[in-house]
Design a protein around this ligand. Structure first.
Ligand code: ZN
Length: 214
């Protein structure tokens, strides 16, 4: 793998696919084995350059960065506070955070930025990093809200994103807000049989949020 920002060549773990045995209500995959193995499997879905911390969910050879993007990314990575503090320890969420920083410069969609933060929160949960889990849930929530306003989402992606705004609100303790978003999500599925699983999830999580709100 060759870094498209600094040109550093390095070996990397092939992201590959992993076996899942269902998903949690925020769609975090349940992966057999120890939670730390699951965290590693999820973490491998982003690649981070060990020299300059450039990171992305896509294979590096598929990226075609302009001169300005490369310059902007270098600048952002150099100035990022979390990278300064944590690059030595390399916590599992770091690659997602770096990919979010670089993704903003590459102008990837808010939906994609939210997805990076959501996956970071999954890794934190599997590693019992509670404060970081909430931090990334909040960031994912903000990106998904922006995606609903700006990304012109349709179909399944619209339904799932709306649902996740509800579920992330619930997990962050905003139960009333969560209930409103579950209702919105239910309206977007319109009884589409392909998302029947989502309708069931919305029902179940609404009940839970109602109990928690009481
Ligand atoms: Zn690099």
């Amino acid at each position: 793998m060759v870094c498209p920002v600094c040109g550093h060549a390095f070996g990397t773990v092939h992201a590959g696919t992993y076996v899942t045995v269902g998903r949690e209500a925020d769609l975090c995959p349940k992966i057999p084995g120890r939670p730390s193995d699951g965290a590693r499997a999820i973490r491998n879905s982003v690649t981070m350059c060990p020299a300059c911390s450039f990171a992305a969910g896509e294979p590096f050879d598929e990226l075609d960065l302009t001169f300005d993007e490369r310059y902007g990314i270098e600048e952002r990575l150099r100035e990022d506070g979390l990278l300064k503090v944590f690059s030595r320890g390399q916590p599992s969420w770091l690659g997602f955070h770096a990919a979010e920083v670089c993704g903003k410069e590459r102008r990837i969609t808010s939906r994609e930025l939210g997805d990076l933060c959501l996956r970071a929160s999954w890794v934190c949960r599997k590693e019992k990093e509670r404060p970081f889990e909430s931090t990334f849930q909040l960031r994912a929530l903000r990106h998904f809200m922006r995606a609903l306003q700006e990304d012109a989402l349709v179909g399944r992606e619209l339904s799932v994103t709306t649902y996740l705004v509800g579920e992330l609100n619930r997990r962050l303790g905003n139960h009333r807000e969560a209930l409103n978003w579950y209702v919105n999500a239910g309206r977007t599925t319109e009884g589409d049989p392909r998302v029947a699983w989502l309708d069931r999830l919305i029902d179940r999580q609404s009940k839970l949020a109602r109990e928690q709100a009481a």
